[in-house]
Design a protein around this ligand. Sequence first.
Ligand SMILES: [Zn+2]
Length: 385
Amino acid sequence: MMDTFSFSIPQNVIFGSGSLKRLPELAAKAGGKKAYIISGPHLKKIGLVDKCISALSEAGIDADSFTKTEGNPSTDTVKEAAEGYISSGADFIVAFGGGSPLDVAKAVSVVVSNGGDITEYEGVGKVKTKTVDIIAIPTTAGTGSEVTAFAVITDHSRNYKLTVGSEYIIPRYAILDPELIYSVPEKTAAACGVDALVHALEAYISLAASPFSDMFAIRALEAIGKNIRAYVADRSDEDAAAGMLLGSLFAGIAFSHARLGDVHAMSHPVSAYFDVPHGVANAVLLPSIVEFNALADTGKYYEIYQAITGEKLERKDFLPEMLTYELINLNSSIGIPADLKSVGVDSSYFDAMADDAMKSGNIQVNPRKTVKEDILELYRKAFVA
Ligand SMILES: [Zn+2]
């Protein structure tokens, strides 16, 4: 019997080469008079932020910008960006960059509309009123954050990554222009690419998966599996870049409906304690957790394996270890470190990290029931390859 399910994709998504030029038109549709662009120092340096500002000004829309967003963005950054938004007199936000500027933009939209501090909104459904409109323009492939209801912010005072989940923070528009991801550094392309793959994989095997999320997850796995190596090898490969951006988008739609699993629950403490990039933390943890979850597999591993590799094989010829091996192989071919030790993790923190991982809502939808002892065992297993 099929469980009941529901879905909505309330944002408007524009996809295609050169679609950045639609920004002024969408800004006008959003009724915006002044934009506040939230971005990072790299995009400022290479002139892309100024390109946005001049495109908007040609359409008669003023813009201020905040370009101090860092990797694993902090509660302090949110506070500073929110103060900047208020003093700028802006009435909408353009989130321009990788996952970090998108997370900060969502958090700022909450704080400036609902008041207080972002830490007060941890969890799902704590945001009470509608937030400021966001136009999201991702420049990595990717977090899929442009289509999700989640923002993840690091609270350095307690080495903790908090997740805010609310329908109100879904960006109103998303512009996905493959040309914007041609200049991503190789390491970032690899880490973000595996992150998108993890989104699709965890959404596909999640206990909260539905026929709707499955459809997006499997198409995402196909697009990412087919293109990730070519894209990391040459980010200006137009077909590979477009395939990765589409895969990242579909993975985002999948996990915004099905949530994630143990990989994300366990990777947040790795990033919070040791400032490891989100995608790298996920990629390093992925093989051990896929192996752990094999016990709960209902046949989806076979589908995932075929989607990622493009191979067609008989069910009787498939073993779950083949998926684990494929993922280890992918990580090593695109330069992802083999274990937690090589990304600077100190194993004496495992107990505290496991406590934080257990607080994640993603644990509840992981296909294999997971207790703290399992998390500790998985951290130990991923520590030295
Ligand atoms: Zn992720």
